[in-house]
Every structure is written in structure tokens, then in C-alpha cells.
Design a protein around this ligand. Sequence first.
Ligand SMILES: NC(=O)C1=CN([C@@H]2O[C@H](COP(=O)(O)OP(=O)(O)OC[C@H]3O[C@@H](n4cnc5c(N)ncnc54)[C@H](OP(=O)(O)O)[C@@H]3O)[C@@H](O)[C@H]2O)C=CC1
Ligand SMILES: O=C(O)C1=N[C@H](C(=O)O)C[C@H](O)C1
Length: 263
Amino acid sequence: MADPVRLAVTGAGGRMGREVIEAAGDREDCEVALAVNRSPVDPVAGVEVADADDLPDLLADAGSVDSDPAVDVLVDFTGPDSSVEYVAAAAEAGVACVVGTTGFDDEQEAALLDAAEAVPVLRASNFSRGIAALRRAVRAAAGALPGYDVEVTETHHNGKVDAPSGTALTLLDDVEDARPDLNERVHGREGDAPRTDDEIGVHARRAGDVAGEHEVLMAGDENVLELTHRAGSRRVFAAGALDAAAWLAGRDAGEYDFTEVLE
Ligand SMILES: NC(=O)C1=CN([C@@H]2O[C@H](COP(=O)(O)OP(=O)(O)OC[C@H]3O[C@@H](n4cnc5c(N)ncnc54)[C@H](OP(=O)(O)O)[C@@H]3O)[C@@H](O)[C@H]2O)C=CC1
Ligand SMILES: O=C(O)C1=N[C@H](C(=O)O)C[C@H](O)C1
């Protein structure tokens, strides 16, 4: 068995950061060498959590092969601003990055691309294998159903910040690839709002502790197709992110996609 991939987990006190640290503890192909959080938190699954402000210094030390603990891959589930900052620090230290954070604007996306010139960066709006399968199904179905109306609906827990979800945006891109005529995204409807032929409706629901649900509805005359994915818990995302980290370690600088991990 190869040595475990050594991880730096950012947002260690967040919902996903905690899940990643707990999941890593159950695996042999990776281990958490460093965990940081913006606000102070107690150890997570036995792992001490450092101040995120110290990340650049900690990575600068950890990126060196001689140092202890050394870090191979940073795993980030935080927010767009912090994610860009942390990935830049990782790029500076020569540490690969797995990024699950969503909600980036164009400038932030460009900053992540810059980092990928220095180190391998793998991003995914959703690390579940089910969503990877849903994406393939959506592209095939949208291409096979010309003229059908398409609506995308996502449901998440009441703590989610960004809307629509990163996964919904990815699914919208998939629909548009297969149906370039659907190029007008309409977010919810109110008042007099009849559909036009180029619309894709987008709906974001926030309620309770739903881990993540995505539905793509395609409707023609007397004919409706609904493709739905439901995440039962965040464990599925953590497992996918750790698969990605194990796959990414040691690769050349550049941008990578979760679908490559699954091939
Ligand atoms: N790709 C995927 O498969 C998945 C992606 N996600 C994405 O991951 C991200 C995090 O989700 P989740 O764990 O639920 O969120 P939480 O709110 O539970 O946790 C967010 C974490 O990020 C930190 N953070 C947020 N903003 C900043 C900031 N500006 N500076 C420093 N630290 C910050 C928080 O620190 P503090 O404790 O100090 O507030 C906290 O540790 C979201 O973008 C979400 O969409 C979520 C699930 C799956
Ligand atoms: O914030 C979440 O929880 C999730 N975010 C991701 C997204 O924005 O698509 C993935 C997943 O649905 C959970």
C-alpha cells in the first residue's frame, strides 16, 4: 500500500470540513496532517484545528518534503473569498488543491485558474457519483428531447448561502450544451410570467437539514421526464472529495475535473 496522501483541511469547523476529517479517519489512502478554521473550534475527530490566518505559514513549512507534517493536497469547502485565498496560499507552497466550494464570481474563477498554472487544482460543484451519473443522463435526455421545456429545481438545508446551488448551475450548463436554444435562465416566477421558448426555469428551495436534492424536469406534450438525485447525507460528498484528493496527489499542475477521477 502506498503512503497515505497528507491533507490540509480548511473550514475544519464547517459542515463539510468536519465530514471530510471524519471520513479521512476511516480511510487508509489519506490522512489529515493539518486542519484550519477561521473561528476557533475544538478538535474535530481528534484533529487539532489551527487558526486559518496561519495557513500560508503552515503550508510554507508543510509543503517542504523535509518538514513534519508535510502536506500533499489541500481540501477546501469554505466560501468563495476564503477559498481563493487558501488556494493561492497552497499554490505558493506547491500544494495541490481539491475545491468543493461553490458560489464563485468570474474574478474568483479566474484566480483559481491562475493557481492551476502552479499546482494541480480539481474543482467540482458536487462530489457525489450519483450527480456525475445524473449529468450524463441529463445531457443525453436533453439532446433526445428537442423542443421540451426544461426546469431545474434544487433543495438544500436552511444554512446554505449561495443560490442557485453550484450543482444546479452545472446542470444548467449541461442542459445548455445539449439544447443551445435554451439560453434564458429564469429564476422563479411571479406575477404575469408566461414561458418563452428559450427559457430554462431555475428554482432554489431552502428548508430543514436537506443535504442536497437536484431535479431536472423535461416536459413536452403529454410526456414528462423527471431526473432526480438525492444525497442522503454529506458523507457522500466527503467520500468523493477524498477520492479526488487521493487521485490528484502527485499530478502535474493544471485544472482537473471530478469526472476524470471516476473514469
Ligand atoms: N462540491 C460539493 O460536493 C459540496 C460543496 N459544498 C460547498 O462547500 C461550501 C461549504 O459548505 P458547508 O460546509 O455546508 O458550509 P458551513 O457554513 O458549514 O462551513 C463553512 C466553513 O467555511 C468557513 N468560512 C466561510 N466563509 C469564510 C471566510 N470568508 N473566511 C474564512 N472562512 C470562511 C467557515 O468558518 P467559520 O467556522 O469561522 O464560520 C466554516 O468553517 C459551500 O460553498 C457549499 O456549497 C457543500 C457540500 C458539498
Ligand atoms: O451547500 C451544500 O450543502 C451543497 N452544496 C453544493 C452545491 O452548491 O451544489 C453541493 C451539494 O448539493 C451540497
